[in-house]
Design a protein around this ligand. Structure first.
Ligand code: FES
Ligand code: FE
Length: 385
């Protein structure tokens, strides 16, 4: 932190090593990504029974499957025999079961051990004790959120609560029907920056006038860095001459059916800590999921979601996709420009936040409190035979 007293307009950021130290990143994996609800996959990406995806959550690989009953399940991607990674692929489709490539232990889509070579010659082995280790899963906004904690925190408070905090109620986000929208476009960004730089950037608009010319054309109140998204219930109004939330202000698509007049021609942004950003506009929703890979590297998967009939019609989505794709590229370039300087002696004590960025200090407080929490106890204690 800065060593000289700061004037009231400025508050300190985190010191530089928070963005470069592998030990801090390890603590974040344990106490943030593995302890909280983590948005893993779009549920519709697992369309049919037997579809699976693997996702990195903290230090673990998590395997999500669509079971024969139609529900989603999540497991640690570790074979209960000798620990081989069960599925090495990012996604795939099996008929009925997941078979470990090492010794062929085989699990059904609900994680139950159903076969293993010579299992009949081991009558003392209760196969129900050797199923895959299940991970908590909830669906919201059409995404599967998983939590590795032994006792997950309240989903209502920590996830849905972010939308309530931002919009004032749950009905305001439910009107977009995000779970019923169809994926129009997905872009995956490999960002050479710490995940917190990406969160901090999303939380402020002080940079908007400098780096987002197309966005500020559509949302003129962002020009003066007004942090509109942090006033409960307030959405940034479209420019009078903007017909839609598109790269050139041209018309978008019909308003989503339940979006009300008060939400029309407005943009709302929600940060769901630690790794999700939701952007709501009348005719589509843009949802970012971050996957922190290292202290200086983050994958961001960005989905553009539209009414199913818009996607099915083959309509040209490029004007609305291009707007936020440019915003993403501009933001991630700024984060990548900042990342190397985090290791500079000039940033050893950190930087400062101006008044329109002061709410980022709450994110820093939240993070440092989480890092100070006790490590969760080991789930299993080894007992010598
Ligand atoms: Fe999976 Fe042996 S490690 S069957
Ligand atoms: Fe930005």
């Amino acid at each position: 932190m800065t060593t000289t007293p700061l004037p009231p307009s400025l508050i300190a950021t985190l010191p530089g090593h928070y963005y470069t130290d592998p030990e801090i990143f390890r603590q974040e994996q344990e106490r943030v990504f593995e302890a909280l609800w983590f948005c893993a996959v779009r549920s519709a990406d697992l369309a049919a029974p037997g579809a699976f995806r693997t996702v990195r959550v903290g230090r673990e690989s998590v395997l999500l499957t669509r079971s024969r009953g139609g529900g989603l399940r999540a497991f640690l991607n570790v074979c209960r025999h000798r620990g081989a990674r069960l599925c090495a692929e990012e996604s795939g489709q099996v008929r009925r079961a997941l078979r470990c490539p090492y010794h062929a232990w085989t699990y059904d889509l609900d994680g139950k051990l159903i076969a293993a070579p010579n299992l009949v010659r081991m009558p003392d082995v209760d196969r129900s004790s050797y199923g895959l280790v299940e991970v908590a899963l909830r669906e919201w906004l059409g995404y599967a959120w998983v939590c590795l904690a032994e006792e997950p925190p309240s989903f209502e408070e920590t996830v849905i609560g972010s939308a309530v905090e931002r919009l004032g109620d749950t009905a305001s986000i439910e009107r977009y029907g995000v779970d019923r929208l169809a994926l129009g476009k997905r872009v995956t960004y490999d960002v050479r920056a710490n995940w917190k730089l990406i969160v901090e950037n999303f939380m402020e608009c002080y940079h908007c006038a400098t780096i987002h010319p197309e966005l500020t054309d559509v949302l003129p109140e962002f020009v003066d860095g007004f942090a509109a998204q942090y006033y409960v219930g307030h959405g940034a109004a479209f420019a009078e001459d903007a017909c839609g939330f598109t790269v050139d202000g041209s018309a978008g698509f019909d308003r989503l059916p339940e979006v009300d007049d008060g939400q029309d021609r407005r943009y709302y942004a929600i940060t769901v800590k630690p790794t999700v950003f939701v952007n709501l506009v009348p005719d589509h929703v843009i949802l970012h999921r971050m996957f922190p890979l290292a202290e200086d590297r983050t994958t961001v998967e960005c989905d553009w979601l539209y009414a199913p009939d818009v996607v099915a019609s083959g309509a040209d989505l490029s004007k609305s996709v291009e707007l936020f794709h440019r915003v993403n590229a501009q933001d991630f370039a700024a984060c990548e420009r900042t990342q190397p300087a985090m290791a500079s002696r000039a940033y050893r004590a950190g930087g400062v936040l101006v008044p329109t960025e002061h709410h980022i200090g709450l994110f820093h407080e939240w993070l440092t409190e989480r890092l100070a929490t006790q490590s969760p106890p080991d789930a299993c204690t080894y007992v010598s035979p």
